[in-house]
Design a protein around this ligand. Sequence first.
Ligand SMILES: [Zn+2]
Ligand SMILES: [Zn+2]
Length: 325
Amino acid sequence: MTSPSARTPHQAPEAGATSSFAFPLQPFRRWFDSNVPAHDEETAERIDWLRAMPFVGMHVGCLSIFLTGVSPTAAWTAVALYVLRMFAITAFYHRYFAHRAFRTSRAVQFAFALVGASGAQRGPLWWAAHHRNHHRHADTALDPHSPGLRGFLWSHMGWFLTSRAFHTDLQRIPDFAGYPELRWLDRYDVVAPIVLATALYLVGTLIAHVTPSLHTDGAQMLVWGFFVSTSALFHATVTINSLAHRFGKRRFATRDDSRNNAFLAVLTFGEGWHNNHHFFPGSACQGFRWWELDLTWFGLRALALCGLVHDLKPVPAWVLTKGRG
Ligand SMILES: [Zn+2]
Ligand SMILES: [Zn+2]
């Protein structure tokens, strides 16, 4: 039997496990600290409903629109936060952290990582590490979210809620794992959405007192600015995992089942040109033809003009002349 003094920190008993009060705190700690061990191999592929409660709660919270009503202020706040956070996800979580398609400063890197994290799609290291796995194994048994192998619902959000998926594989992202501020944000990824939700409630409450003619309040701003906007942001983002591997055109005969889909490209600011992206993932631009709208690319060029990002990797000429259509 191991004596307490012989235990390493990793062998320490879990909170609550050895006390007379055996309430299982572990699952609740995982809401706030993603470093708390998340699964054993037996349950790794199952949806962890307790851990997923904040995600479920966010969707249920959207129903509160029937209680709060809507105002132009709340609706435009929801739209603005969708736009800002979609850009942070596509430009930084995806093209920067996962694919290193441009360069930036440490401060800008963290600022957009923070905005991205407020989208409640977990931390930047988690997101990019999983996405690198997707590219490495796209539409094979090792792909975390292939709709061809496991169906629409699994690829859209089922995989995201499994015990296995809560873990960040830092070995998959060694180039960014060395930044302590990114590791902190990844570990406590829940902080950014909580701060945003709280700020929306406080701003709404302030507006109700200072400018009542705008007909909004804290609850309405919270529901539209956070619950509705963040849920829409989530589902739009993950259509690239589910729908963009099923519906659309294949310009390039890649080994996966990725598609180019104009509707999804509008919804996700350019990510819908997913077959282009799987063929050449290293480019900061995903629209390979003049008519392939890529709003993220425009946003990145604007940031480059301001000197906030640089070395945007272009689509090479040989890629532009390849493929059908
Ligand atoms: Zn893909
Ligand atoms: Zn990618």
